[in-house]
Design a protein around this ligand. Structure first.
Ligand SMILES: *[C@@H]1O[C@H](CO)[C@@H](O)[C@H](O)[C@H]1NC(C)=O
Ligand SMILES: *[C@@H]1O[C@H](CO)[C@@H](O)[C@H](O)[C@H]1NC(C)=O
Ligand SMILES: *[C@@H]1O[C@H](CO)[C@@H](O)[C@H](O)[C@H]1NC(C)=O
Length: 569
């Protein structure tokens, strides 16, 4: 470089100028005057390319889960995992955490947008009840302990009484003990939307175990590109593949939006009896993994959409799932109250008759109604062209890019008037139902709760080598979000429960210091699991019911496969 430079220096100036001019005219073409128009056209074409891919995905798949990471090998294709494998949707247990739900990486489609999650391990949190602030969440309240238990004096008597409540819950018999007040279903769901975002990563939902391990969206895209092309894997599963897109052209400048998702939950208003669930048969999984039925970690469930004690199948429009998802707000949180007035018509609530009441579209729904019949003679409509499981909700939050159109224009020139439609949307599918139990609050030994594991106070729980051992020196000093160990071990039987390599928990019995620090008690985990450990006289009870839809269920071939399996009568 320096020799070249000195060579130039020794040449007469006019020669240098001439060479420079020649170079610029020969190798660099003129910058066209309509460069802005060209950039606009190219940007617009990229937008349309994204639309094309999404439209194609939307009509090939429904919204739902598509894949999980492969962990198995075999000689036949069905020996490998799908959305079901060793467990369903990579679900596993972190029962030592207060509100962490173990669930690994998966690929999902929401309204035609395909993305891959990080290792999720989401928290039991819900949208905010009174504020519309973007992504503001609060802890889901845990159910109370029945007063019939609390009024008993000894731990042993309380244990015996509480087991009876678990028995009533397991048998679904509320005649003597109305367990429905203390065993509460929450509906956890997967929500996604485009967002206006800066360069820094925005974590849209918390996990005590995993975070996106990148500073900027650009960094994360590069990680994904690297792992995709090299076939490698982040040891800690902390990367998501989240697409970006051009949502709009501002002149010749593209406005970029980032896809983001989160998992959170909603406490259902009413009880959901166990007989509303049925395991979904999956021949590939049964053959490849030799597991089936609700006792398996890999079971996926469907809801009895008729909401009756007897399971029924048939064509039914307004389903149980519509009622349950209808309780959940989109990005405006619970105060959300919005009307969808697209094309100058207001979306109405679906009833058997033509719509009369405006639909609050700030809540998730997939069906709405109109006062007049459409071009096909129907008064109700589904969100999406052919996507059985997509639920949509509107938001007013400017973080979510708006889409705008003008239609029904009348007049010309300055008197021209059009109907403007402008709206912002997020999309969701159900993921699982989790039953909360009085075990989250039952604390008969009055173990001191010290909050966040990482806080100063929280850290004292495992300070000085305390690991939950059964001695005064090794016992945990109280409980925190990570070591949520308030249940007396004697509540359960000694029977070992099945485990999975992704689980965390330490041995069945955990030493915890009592308040004064002079004595320790033998406790165990009080968090949530797929199955609760064996309770004497009751047995084991399933706590989580995965009910997510599968993307392939929206595909005509899967419909054919299912029909053939169900038998053609
Ligand atoms: C990634 O996940 C692991 C848990 O597997 C966690 O300990 C770690 O803090 C995470 N890294 C980041 C940067 O969040
Ligand atoms: C569009 O670009 C101009 C600059 O060219 C900028 O001032 C304006 O804020 C942008 N508008 C939007 C909505 O991004
Ligand atoms: C337990 O933790 C508390 C702080 O929360 C501390 O004051 C106390 O000394 C600890 N007890 C023991 C035995 O380490």
């Amino acid at each position: 470089m320096s020799t070249l430079f000195s060579a130039f220096q020794s040449l007469p100036l006019c020669v240098v100028v001439l060479v420079g001019l020649l170079a610029s005219t020969v190798s660099v073409p003129d910058i066209p005057e309509n460069l802005n128009d060209i950039l606009y056209t190219l940007g617009r074409q990229l937008m349309l390319q994204k639309l094309y891919i999404e439209e194609s995905t939307r009509t090939t798949y429904g919204s739902g889960l598509k894949q999980t990471r492969r962990v198995m090998a075999g000689t036949r294709p069905y020996h490998h995992d799908t959305w079901q494998g060793v467990s369903v949707a990579a679900i596993h247990n972190h029962p030592n955490y207060e509100r962490t739900m173990g669930i690994g990486e998966f690929v999902a489609i929401l309204n035609g947008v395909e993305f891959r999650t990080r290792h999720n391990d989401y928290l039991l949190m819900m949208p905010h009840r009174t504020l519309k602030t973007y992504n503001l969440m609060e802890d889901i309240p845990f159910p109370d302990v029945p007063p019939e238990v609390l009024r008993l004096r000894t731990v042993r008597k309380q244990t015996l009484e509480l087991r009876k409540w678990f028995k009533a819950w397991k048998d679904q018999d509320h005649s003597e003990r109305d367990y429905r007040k203390y065993f509460k279903p929450v509906l956890c769901y997967l929500e996604g939307s485009w967002i206006h975002s800066g360069t820094a990563i925005e974590e849209s939902f918390g996990s005590e175990r995993h975070r996106l391990d990148a500073e900027t969206w650009f960094d994360m895209q590069e990680m994904i590109r690297y792992t995709a092309m090299s076939g490698t894997k982040d040891q800690l599963e902390n990367y998501s593949f989240l697409p970006t897109s051009i949502v709009r052209m501002n002149g010749s400048t593209p406005v970029i939006a980032q896809w983001n998702y989160r998992i959170l939950c909603h406490p259902l208003k009413d009880d959901l009896p166990f007989n509303r669930f049925r395991p979904v048969p999956n021949a590939a999984h049964q053959k490849g993994f030799r597991k089936s039925g609700e006792k398996s970690r890999s079971a996926r469930f469907e809801l009895n959409e008729y909401d009756t004690d007897e399971f029924q199948d048939g064509q039914i429009v307004n389903q149980l799932l519509d009622r349950l998802m209808g309780e959940i707000p989109g990005k405006d949180n619970y105060p959300g109250d919005i009307r969808d007035r697209s094309f100058g018509r207001t979306a109405k609530e679906y009833t058997k008759r033509r719509g009369v009441k405006d639909l609050n579209t700030a809540y998730y729904h997939r069906i709405y109604s109109d006062t007049a019949l459409d071009a096909m003679g129907r008064f109700f409509k589904y969100r999406g062209f052919q996507d059985p499981y997509v639920f949509m909700a509107q938001t007013t939050n400017p973080k979510v890019p708006a889409i705008e159109i003008e239609t029904n224009c009348k007049g010309t020139g300055p008197t021209r008037k059009c109907v403007k439609s402008k709206s912002r949307w997020s999309y969701a599918v159900p993921l699982e139902i989790v039953y909360l139990t009085p075990l989250s609050k039952w604390n008969p030994h009055k173990i001191v709760y010290k909050g966040q594991e990482t806080s100063k106070r929280g850290r004292t729980v495992s300070a000085k080598g305390r690991n939950g051992g059964l001695s005064k020196e090794k016992a945990f000093n109280g409980s925190n979000t990570k070591w949520y160990v308030i249940t007396p071990a004697s509540f359960y039987s000694d029977k070992a429960s099945e485990t999975n390599p992704a689980d965390t928990s330490i041995k069945g019995t955990i030493g915890v210091l009592k308040k004064n620090g002079n004595r320790f008690v033998a406790n165990c985990n009080s968090g949530h699991s797929l199955f609760l450990r064996d309770i004497p006289g009751v047995g084991s009870i399933r706590q989580r019911y995965p009910i997510f839809p599968v993307a392939y269920d929206g595909n005509p071939i899967m419909k054919e496969v299912q029909a053939v399996r169900d038998g053609l009568e």
